[in-house]
Every structure is written in structure tokens, then in C-alpha cells.
Design a protein around this ligand. Structure first.
Ligand SMILES: NC(=O)c1ccc[n+]([C@@H]2O[C@H](COP(=O)([O-])OP(=O)(O)OC[C@H]3O[C@@H](n4cnc5c(N)ncnc54)[C@H](OP(=O)(O)O)[C@@H]3O)[C@@H](O)[C@H]2O)c1
Length: 314
């Protein structure tokens, strides 16, 4: 099968699209015939070796953490799915393997795709979608009527967060650059701040929840912009750990770090919102598997609008 492979850590020069043997599903695993995969910042962080504590030093590795397609084969004891079922696969950073014609992982990291949702949209949902939902609901305790600010509202996580916060009935302010103001308005944000003109941390507005989807700010910078019982949630755990410890002890505003967790019920929740048109999947650009380096470079630029997709099979 064709796959995006690395044989050492490094820049884009270490990525090769080449033929490798297709994986064979072991006990409890399934093999997915991949139609589309989605790129996240974690993919180039894996390529660079930034998360080698999880990815280790065994090569070659097939890159990619999430994809969608059809069940091709099931390993012994994997009884949840049958050949031909439409699924989305969310592998761990230890396992990887989504940027390939066939992806293999444990059956409990594979979820059904709701009828009517195309593979290229489904492939975008596990990491960015679950991060947005779990950050707002579980860490930020979002509630109807709250004032919620999303920093990085035009990116993979942020564009889902704006729409999910609206589903929860919040009043949403999105922070983005000038070129993406219309995009964020179109996602349903009640207000949009162009960070090139206005620093939201210095304004007079107070927010019940600040979700820093791109983690370009910090709890300490955002503290003034939080209501007295407000919560700040960050997607970069290391940057927020001290603030979380301090604010857990002290009364008042809280800082929360998050790690996204695979969860079937949450996947189904997002799929249903996508099917009902409450959450749109914005795809900046689809790339063929042969151009995976361009897709990684686009993600690395930090300027992604919505999600980047790799089309593996049409
Ligand atoms: N902890 C976890 O479990 C977890 C899970 C998922 C993601 N993450 C992390 O979360 C971060 C975001 O992921 P993502 O997929 O959303 O990334 P992304 O799609 O690459 O984010 C790109 C977006 O960030 C915006 N942006 C860049 N600089 C900004 C700034 N100074 N202020 C506001 N917006 C800015 C860009 O908008 P403009 O071009 O308009 O500036 C662009 O739309 C990454 O670091 C990722 O690794 C963590």
C-alpha cells in the first residue's frame, strides 16, 4: 500500500510517500480502507520528534492520527464492525498510521460515521472536534447564556469550538486575524475580534469562559478578561500546568489544561450535529496523498482556515 513514511525525525525532508506492506489486524483490531485523512499540528510535531516520549525511536513510522473509510478486515475478537461499515479511525500518537491506503488500530478507537456525512468531513472530527467539545463542556463547564471567547476561532479546533459553543447557547466572541473575520462570523460568532487591531486581554469585556484553542495567550494574560468565577482552558498542557495548580488552591478564576480523549459518545454527539447542519466542517484544501508534505507545511504555517484534508481514495 502507499503510505506517508518517516525513517527518522526531522523536517519535511524526512517524509516519503512509498509502498509499504499493509498492516494485518491483530486480536481486537480492525483494518480500514482509507478514503480521507485529516492533518493536525500533532502530525508535524510527531515528524519533528517533539512527542518522542510517546512515539519512541522505532522506525519506519507511517504518519497520521485520524482518517475515515470502510472496514476492510477485522482481527480475531473484533466483533463491533463488519466489512464495508463506514467508520472514522482515531489512532494514538504511539500507533499512528492514518496517512496510508490502509489504517489499522484497536476496534475501540474506531467509530461509525453517521449516514450522509462524507468521509472527508468525518476524518476531520476526532481530534479537532473532540478537543473543542471536551474543552468547552468538560473543562470549561459551558452553560447557556454565558459569555464565551474562543481564541484562534478560524483554526481546526477553534472553528468547531465557535459552533459548539453556539449549540450550548453561549454568546460567542471569536478572535482571529482580519482575513478570517467573515469566516468566523459565518460560523455563527456573535462578535469577532481582529487580534491585529484589538487585544482582547486589555478590553473591558469580561468572559465566563476563555477557550484558548491555539494557546497563543496564557492564563496570566487573560486573567483580567475573565469574570470573577471565569475559567480559562488551554490546549497546550505544559504551558498551563502551574496556573492550574495555583488556581485550584486559590478561590476565583481557574486555569485548566486539556488532553483530548477518544470517546464514542462524544464522536456520535458531533456526528449528529454535523448531520443536522448545526456544525459545519470547513475544509481549507484537500491534498492528494502524494502531496502530504505540502499538507504538513500548510499546517505548520499556523494559518490553517478550518481543516486540512488528505484525499487517499476518491
Ligand atoms: N491538548 C490537546 O489534546 C490538543 C488537541 C488538539 C490540538 N491541540 C493543539 O491546539 C493547537 C491548535 O490546534 P488547531 O488544530 O486548531 O491548529 P490550527 O488549525 O493550525 O490553527 C490555525 C489557526 O490559528 C490561528 N492563529 C494563529 N495565530 C493566532 C493568534 N495569535 N491569535 C489567534 N489566532 C491565531 C490562525 O488564524 P489566523 O491565520 O487568522 O491568525 C489559524 O486559523 C495546536 O497547538 C495543537 O497542537 C492540543
Amino acid at each position: 500500500m502507499k503510505a506517508a513514511v518517516i525513517s527518522r525525525y526531522g523536517g519535511n525532508e524526512v517524509v516519503e510517500v512509498k509502498d509499504v506492506p499493509a498492516p494485518v489486524p491483530a486480536r481486537g483490531e480492525v483494518l480500514v480502507r482509507v478514503h480521507a485523512a485529516s492533518v493536525n499540528p500533532v502530525d508535524w510535531k510527531v515528524r519533528e520528534g517533539q512527542v518522542r516520549i510517546f512515539t519512541g525511536s522505532k522506525f519506519p513510522k507511517v504518519l497520521g492520527c485520524e482518517c475515515a473509510g470502510e472496514i476492510f478486515e477485522t482481527g480475531p475478537g473484533a466483533t463491533k464492525f463488519r466489512k464495508g461499515d463506514r467508520v472514522v479511525m482515531y489512532t494514538s500518537v504511539r500507533r499512528l498510521g492514518a496517512f496510508a491506503e490502509y489504517g489499522c488500530t484497536s476496534g475501540d478507537r474506531v467509530y461509525p460515521v453517521t449516514d450522509g456525512i462524507p468521509f472527508e468531513q468525518a476524518a476531520c472530527l476526532p481530534i479537532a472536534g473532540l478537543t473543542a467539545l471536551q474543552s468547552l463542556r468538560d473543562h470549561g463547564r459551558i452553560a447557556a447564556g454565558q459569555k464565551v471567547l474562543i481564541n484562534g476561532a478560524s483554526g481546526g479546533v477553534g472553528h468547531f469550538a465557535v459552533q459548539i459553543a453556539k449549540v450550548f447557547g453561549a454568546e460567542v466572541t471569536g478572535v482571529t486575524s482580519g482575513r478570517n473575520v467573515d469566516l468566523v462570523k459565518g460560523l455563527g460568532a456573535d462578535k469577532v475580534i481582529d487580534y491585529g487591531n484589538v487585544d482582547f486581554t486589555r478590553g473591558s469585556e469580561r468572559y465566563d469562559l476563555i477557550f484558548d484553542a491555539v494557546s497563543r495567550s496564557s492564563f496570566w494574560k487573560c486573567r483580567r478578561a475573565l469574570a470573577p468565577a471565569g475559567i480559562y482552558v488551554s490546549t497546550l498542557p505544559n504551558a498551563t500546568i502551574v496556573a492550574q495548580i495555583v488556581t485550584t488552591i486559590l478561590p476565583g478564576r481557574k486555569a485548566r489544561q486539556m488532553w483530548v480523549k477518544p470517546n464514542g459518545a462524544d464522536m456520535a454527539w458531533i456526528m449528529d450535529r454535523v448531520r443536522d447542519g448545526k456544525v459545519k466542517v470547513v475544509i481549507e484544501q484537500p491534498y492528494p496523498l502524494d502531496r502530504v508534505k505540502d499538507a504538513l507545511a500548510a499546517s505548520e504555517s499556523g494559518r490553517t482556515r478550518g481543516k486540512i484534508v488528505i484525499e487517499v481514495m476518491s
